[in-house]
Design a protein around this ligand. Sequence first.
Ligand code: TXA
Ligand code: MG
Length: 352
Amino acid sequence: MLTRVIRVDPANIVPESIEQAATLIRSGELVAFPTETVYGLGANALDEQAVARIFSVKGRPTTDPLIIHVKSRAQLDETAIAVPDVAYRLIDQFWPGPLTLVLTRSERIAAAASAGLATVAVRMPAHPVALALLEAARVPVAAPSANRFAHPSPTTARHVLDDLDGRIPLILDGGPTTVGVESTIVDLTRSHPRLLRPGGIPVEAIAEMLSDLEIVSRFATEADGAMPAPGMMLKHYSPRAELRLFDGPDDAVHAAIYNAVSDLLSQGRRVGLLVADEDRPYLSALGVPLVSLGSLRNLEQIARNLFAGLREIDSQDVEIILARSYPPAGIGLAVRDRLMRAAEGRVTHVQS
Ligand code: TXA
Ligand code: MG
């Protein structure tokens, strides 16, 4: 299959491009499109066969449910039933935007999209191209991140092409995404609201509205223990190279990374670094490939660059990537969570 890429300027959307994409969605095909978080791989959420295609194209286990994207409250009502008041309070505050709510599934939504569960994850994206596509498609759109299973999420059309070229008919290229990490997921189907995944909306902002929000500390540490949500413990965000994460005060992290690189180089290993601007002066003398995600003082920038940085250092013929961790405040919690998962337990905690 030939994969076409159509450039769509978010500030000046050409209706014909969107109409082509919407026609594919309505006819049961898949389309990759930009959201404010990462690129999504979309299918008609009402069509079981179209949804099944998402799992096979991504190589994703069918036990890992998808997020349904809607353009309006009316479409939310086609997707979920018995929506509690607390959901509407969160929606007023955060939609459109990177907040996904887990609610009770409407029978209309393909069962495969929810991996057979009675619940459904739903969000309204804050990206003009995504909203235009939803408007034109006139159906809710099931869309996971548009990467091959276990790869880092795509934040550019190029990343989607690298993973899915020849497997889908169309990619809408709306330029690099602005948030860079996926949506925050909150489960509202239990007695207490529960954070299932930290993401683009800082958990602090949600906790301010939901005093009884349950937050599992696991997000700030190695991802082990019980599985809080379907799909959460699957292999995730894995670069080709082995990623090792260093967590602790800056000076101790610099010393530990410096020593680890020196050791690995003396063993003849090919090493790369994924760090922040402030780390450069301490590590550049090592002379190994280095990708910076931005300044430690700007965690939004770090988040925006995270997945592209991971893909970039991974493409530089290295066997081992040494990365620094980030403070768990604001969007930093999501960055930390993604790196912890990418490290698959290879985390070194250092002290000053
Ligand atoms: O920002 C985002 O959320 C992006 C863009 C494309 O919208 N999408 C995304 O989808 O990150 P994906 O498939 O990579 O992650 C979806 C995750 C699942 O792995 C699962 O953990 C959770 O959402 N999820 C989906 N449905 C659920 C449900 N019914 N109950 C609990 N968790 C659910
Ligand atoms: Mg994903």
